[in-house]
Design a protein around this ligand. Structure first.
Ligand code: BMA
Length: 397
């Protein structure tokens, strides 16, 4: 359902309730005036909640990057943008690279609209590979990013970088972070890798302007599965890696179209959200990644708890926040979207939520045509706070 439709519906309900037939014409006029004044007061209170965000990591950020930050803030006042990783790159039974003239999406096939947030991953760019780790050619990815942005979509990019020391993948835990910082030959390699990242990011242009991107490198660092994660490196080294990456991109390679997102994994009781935090000058957006591992009760509890913490930290620091990765693999719970995800995030204040990729029928996080949760996803789309592409395109920024 598009947003104006959603609001029209809400107003209609209000009017049906408020305008009672016993009123005389004059009274109705006065009554409507009072309702209007209240509505205006309400609107101005919504706007006054939109405090100025803290300065961006990049003081020279392009105007479209600044606009993206404002857009994300306004979205969060109305609901949350719905995102999907590799939304238009492939889905169940199709790949964009096989039909380059057609822009498709499993979400579009189910509800007739695209997600508002398009996730991409540039793992592999560091090696100058033609394709990313999930076989999406970088040329295809660039075209899809341009297409998504031209439609009004929001772009977020993660980076599953290979292990620079062992040559293994991101999940190879051979210690590498300290080496990237301190061992000369590794440092050179790391700097070359960041230069290649910059090259790809700088190639993202639409109508002569760089496309603003939410960049989310070195995610889930409090988990133990990536080479940049705990305990495969110290928090101090992680922070230096992050800062050096930002400095190289922003100051050396002049990449000025990024918002930087920090996203730990679900917090275990002993975890501190800010343990790996590189500081207010190096992060624009707070996030968290939490998956439902077939235990929706636990999931709802963690999501509410962690997003509340993220919200309070972001609130104190006047920064944006989001639910940067989530999903239930294969969606075996038919009403997962309306009965698990929605209640968990409904009052969270996040700007967006990103569901992970639709790779194959045994590894997907969005419904596809013919999936048992298709109907529930349509109901999810009709809920007041779920904002798909048409909805975010209709908001006033
Ligand atoms: C993981 C899985 C992997 C994939 C990686 C990067 O969660 O989906 O299959 O390679 O993300 O997209």
């Amino acid at each position: 359902m598009c947003s104006s439709f959603k609001y029209a519906f809400a107003v209609k309900m209000k009017n049906d309730f408020l305008v009672f037939p016993v009123f005389e014409y004059k009274h109705i006029f006065i009554f409507r005036l009072v309702v209007m004044v209240f509505a205006l007061l309400n609107l101005s209170s919504l706007q006054s909640q939109a405090v100025d965000l803290s300065p961006l990591v990049d003081q020279n950020a392009t105007s479209s990057t600044r606009f993206l930050s404002k857009k994300l803030q306004i979205i969060s006042k109305h609901g949350f943008a719905i995102g999907h990783q590799d939304a238009s790159s492939y889905g169940i039974g199709w790949k964009h690279k096989d039909h380059p003239d057609k822009i498709d999406s499993d979400v579009k096939r189910v509800i007739g609209d695209f997600p508002a947030v398009f996730g991409f991953d540039i793992g592999g760019i560091e090696l100058d590979s033609a394709e990313n780790l999930d076989s999406v050619p970088f040329d295809t990815m660039r075209n899809l990013i341009i297409d998504a942005y031209s439609k009004g979509g929001i772009i977020t990019i993660s980076w599953h970088a290979d292990n620079p020391v062992s040559g293994g993948d991101s999940w190879d835990k051979t210690p590498a972070v300290a080496q990237c910082l301190k061992v000369e030959s590794q440092r050179e390699k790391f700097e070359l890798w960041v230069k290649r990242v910059a090259g790809f990011l700088n190639s993202l242009e639409y109508k002569g302007e760089k496309i603003p991107v939410i960049f989310r490198p070195f995610h889930e660092m409090n988990g133990s599965w990536f080479w940049w994660g705990d305990p495969n490196c110290t928090a101090g080294d992680y922070i230096s890696l992050w800062k050096d990456t930002v400095i190289l991109l922003r100051d050396i390679h002049q990449v000025h179209h990024l918002l930087y997102a920090y996203s730990p994994n679900k917090l275990n009781p002993q975890d501190q959200y800010l343990k790996y935090y590189p500081g207010d000058d190096f992060v624009d957006i707070f996030g968290v990644d939490i998956y439902d591992r077939n235990n929706s009760g636990d999931y709802i509890k963690s999501v509410k708890q962690d997003l509340q913490l993220v919200s309070s930290i972001a609130g104190k620091k006047n920064k944006l926040y989001a639910f940067t990765e989530t999903g239930l693999e294969k969606i075996p719970t038919e009403k997962w979207f309306t009965e698990v995800l929605y209640p968990a995030i409904e009052n969270s204040g996040i700007s967006w939520v990103l569901m992970w990729r639709n790779h194959i029928t045994s590894h997907h996080y969005m419904p596809f045509k013919g999936h048992p949760s298709e109907k529930d996803f349509k109901n999810f789309e009709a809920l007041p706070k779920t904002l798909f592409l048409k909805d975010t395109n209709q908001l006033k920024y």
